[in-house]
Each structure stands twice: as structure tokens, then as C-alpha cells.
Design a protein around this ligand. Structure first.
Ligand code: URA
Length: 265
């Protein structure tokens, strides 16, 4: 059944002011439904069926929001915090109206794909440990990530708390020797060689605290930078600079919803 609601509630919901400001706007004849000026701010409307205008402009009603953020470093994945800047602080005021929240957490120093929505059902499904939704990360790792690590990740590694991870797919994209700073000779272990860095892509199907960093620690390596590039069917838009966000397309929302029930057990 189509949703019905009071016109002052609808307009407040869409950011046109407080209920009392809207009452005033109605008195001033600024609000119309299907072309007729409204006299009563308590009028019940069905957003799907009625065309509401404010100052002559059509009001597009919606109650869900889906945003893709390319999270930058230095902000935390929370809705509010007394001390730290949160991902919600990156949103324009009109995009905060529907109270989106981050679906899962990325560490403060992790960048990349973060879905923000107020669709609690979808968030729950994407985060449910039983659904095993794929999350893919790219990382710069200090150390020579090799075939032994690929095999270990495939079989599951034991984290510092004894937890054994589910099979994960590790791919080495590139390896490089970093030049030693001029004048330096050996490192503290007396090793004369330059440290090797590996650029990797890793897909995990769970979301333990600091999981990617701890998986590399388990094989004696250190994650230097970490970026999430996909979650389920949703891929980070390569044209979205860090710190920027955009609404999901209809297709992206549909694919996420279709996928949520199909996680590998
Ligand atoms: N794994 C981590 O270690 N950190 C993140 O932010 C996400 C996954």
C-alpha cells in the first residue's frame, strides 16, 4: 500500500524547514498539491500519487538514501564522535537529513569504498557474518608477499587472538625495491638489502577487527596503506576522488539488494 503522511512531515523530512516554518509557508500559500494551494499543514498526502510543490518547485520525496563515499584517511567510520571527524561530517547538510550511517567500519587510516545508507535491512544483510559478503582491498605491504602467503591465506591464517580466518584470495599485483635513503647503509638487523614492498589485492569474506592488517601480521608482514575497492557487487567508482561521495545508481542499489541473499555460506 502506498505510504500516506502529513504534508508538513513530508516537507520537514525533505529539509524544507521545521514543522512551524512549514506551517508558516503553508499560510503564505507557498505549498501546493496537484497544483492546488494547500490551506492545512496537516493535510494527508500519498507521495507516490500526489505532486507536491514548494514555491513552485516539485518536491521529490524519498525515505531511503544510498551513498558511495571514497573515504579519505583521518576520519572515523561513525555517525558522531566527541573528538574525531566522522564520515558523516563529510556530507552536505541535505544529505544528512535522512540519517545515513556507515555500513561497517574502515580504520581511520584506511581509504576507499564505504557505503552510507539509512536502509537498516540492507546494512544488516551486508554485515551479517552468515552472509560472507566479499570485500576486496588493495594494500601496499612491507615485505615480499609470495606464493607461501597466497597459500596460507587460501587455507586460513591464525590471528593474534587464535581465530582462524576463512579462505581468502590473495593476488600480488607488483613488487618493488624501495631505494634506501641516501647515506643509509644497513637496517637495524644488519641487512644490507633494500626492503621489498608488495602491492596486493585481497578478497576476504568476513570482517573481523583490523582483519587485513592482522592477516599480514600473521605471516610476518606489515600493511602500510590500505584501500577498500569493493563490497559485494558494489565497486568503488574510480572517478570519485578521496573525500568525495555520490548517490548509488538505481542499478547499483538493485544489484546490492539482489546479491544480499546470495552470500556463500
Ligand atoms: N582490515 C583492516 O585491517 N582495516 C580496515 O580498515 C579494513 C579491513
Amino acid at each position: 500500500m502506498a505510504e500516506k503522511l502529513r504534508i508538513d512531515k513530508l516537507l520537514a523530512h525533505m529539509g524544507f524547514g521545521t514543522r512551524s516554518e512549514i506551517k508558516r509557508a503553508v499560510k503564505q500559500g507557498k505549498v501546493a498539491v496537484d497544483g492546488k494551494v494547500v490551506k492545512d499543514s496537516g493535510l494527508i498526502v500519498t507521495p507516490d500519487e500526489h505532486t507536491v510543490t514548494y514555491d513552485g518547485e516539485t518536491v521529490v520525496y524519498r525515505d531511503v538514501i544510498y551513498l558511495m563515499l571514497n573515504k579519505p584517511q583521518g576520519v572515523i567510520s561513525a555517525t558522531e564522535d566527541g573528538r574525531e571527524r566522522t564520515v558523516i561530517d563529510l556530507l552536505a547538510p541535505e544529505d544528512r537529513l535522512l540519517n545515513p550511517f556507515p555500513v561497517g567500519r574502515l580504520d581511520k587510516d584506511t581509504v576507499g569504498l564505504l557505503l552510507l545508507t539509512n536502509d537498516g535491512g540492507l546494512a544488516h544483510e551486508l554485515l551479517s557474518p552468515r552472509k560472507h559478503v566479499d570485500k576486496t582491498y588493495e594494500a601496499l605491504v612491507l615485505g615480499n608477499v609470495n606464493e607461501d602467503d597466497v597459500k596460507a591465506f587460501q587455507e586460513g591464517v591464525t590471528l593474534d587472538d587464535g581465530y582462524v580466518t576463512l579462505p581468502a584470495e590473495l593476488q600480488v599485483l607488483n613488487r618493488s625495491l624501495s631505494p634506501r635513503p641516501e647515506g643509509s647503509t644497513a637496517d637495524s638487523s644488519g641487512d644490507q638489502s633494500s626492503p621489498v614492498h608488495s602491492l596486493i589485492r585481497l578478497t576476504i569474506r568476513e570482517g573481523k577487527f583490523h582483519q587485513v592488517k592482522r592477516m599480514f601480521e600473521a605471516v610476518g608482514k606489515k600493511v602500510l596503506t590500505l584501500k577498500r575497492v569493493s563490497m559485494g557487487t558494489l565497486m568503488l567508482d574510480e572517478y570519485l576522488p578521496e573525500g568525495h561521495y555520490r548517490e548509488l545508481s538505481g542499478d547499483e542499489v538493485e544489484q546490492l539488494k539482489a546479491h544480499r541473499g546470495s552470500g556463500k555460506k
